[in-house]
Every structure is written in C-alpha cells, then in structure tokens.
Design a protein around this ligand. Structure first.
Ligand code: FES
Length: 178
C-alpha cells in the first residue's frame, strides 16, 4: 500500500474517532446530567422585571435564571441557526413544552439553569457580536444565545438546561412544577 493511501486511511480513521467522540460527549452529557427533577416548587414574582433584565434565584442548590426578553431580543432569535450546535434542541434538556425556537412557555420569559453544559461554570449575560446579547462562559468561552442555545464555537456540548416550571398569571413563575 502506498504511503499516500496509508496517510489517507489514518486521516479517515482520526476523523471517525473525532465524530464518534463528539457524539459520545453529547450522549454522556444527556445521561449523566439529567433534567433536574421537579419538586420543591419555588414561586418567583417577575412583575418588576424589565425587558433585558435577568433575575437569578436558587432552586435545589442550583442557580436558575429568569430573563425577560424584549421584543427585539425575541425577534433576534432567528437567522443564525447554522452557527448553533443544536438549534432545534433535539439533543438538549428541556420540558417538552419548551422545545421551540425560544425554548420557553412564553416568548418573553426565559427560564434556565445558569450553568454551562461544559463543566458547570456560570455564564454571564453580555453584549455579543452585532450588539446581540448572549451568555458567555468565562471558563472556556462557550457562548449561548438568549434561548440558551449553544454556539458551535465553544466546547459546551448542549444547550442550557431548562427546568420544569409553570406560569401563574402574567407575573409569576413557579420553578419545579409543570
Ligand atoms: Fe463553560 Fe467550560 S465550563 S466553557
């Protein structure tokens, strides 16, 4: 066998291992960090939460975010799907009712566990490229959009986790109950 053919086979094998590794990483994430189970319901008043503002509460020892998205931010959640690892949230954790482009029960209220899906660091809300707000994880620079969808550019293998929650009227979120 020529040296060229051996090199080509090595390249193909290495590529296959990388693809398998990425798939394994996602499977590992989904099976080892399950959806936080419902329970210990935590009511949170959000009537005073202005558009663009984020509130963090603690639920079952985890930071949970509630972000009120403005109309521009909701409209801005489209048009860059090719940059996202899991734009339709097929391999990420969320209640079934939140498997939609805004990953929430109501477009203006986004609820998520505030932990990066890479190694659990807390991402921070900041202005990103094109002045589009995003969550940036300072540890290894994974980025998430305002629906918690992860960009391909970083190492995080899945979108941010959405816990079970329900809405009570216009201004109350109850985390931990569906
Ligand atoms: Fe967030 Fe590594 S923990 S990128």
């Amino acid at each position: 066998m020529s040296a060229d053919r051996v090199d080509r086979r090595r390249l193909l094998l290495a590529g296959g291992i990388c693809v398998a590794g990425a798939g394994f990483g996602t499977a590992w994430y989904v099976t080892t960090r399950p959806q936080p189970p419902a329970g210990n319901p935590l009511p949170v008043e959000v009537g005073d939460l202005a558009p663009g503002r984020l509130r963090t509460v603690e639920w079952k020892g985890r930071a949970v975010w509630i972000l009120r998205r403005g109309a521009d931010e909701i409209a801005g959640l489209a048009g860059y799907e090719s940059e996202l690892l899991d734009p339709a949230s097929l391999h990420s954790l969320q209640p079934e009712a939140c498997r939609n482009p805004h990953r929430s029960l109501r477009p203006e209220l986004f609820v998520a566990v505030g932990q990066c899906t890479h190694q659990g660091c807390p991402p921070a809300l900041r202005a990103g490229a094109g002045n589009r707000n995003e969550f940036l994880c300072p540890c290894h620079t994974s980025k998430f959009d305002l629906a918690g969808r992860v960009f391909r550019s970083g190492p995080a293998p899945a979108n941010l986790v959405i816990p079970e929650y329900r809405l009570e009227g216009a201004d109350r979120v109850v985390i931990g109950e569906s």
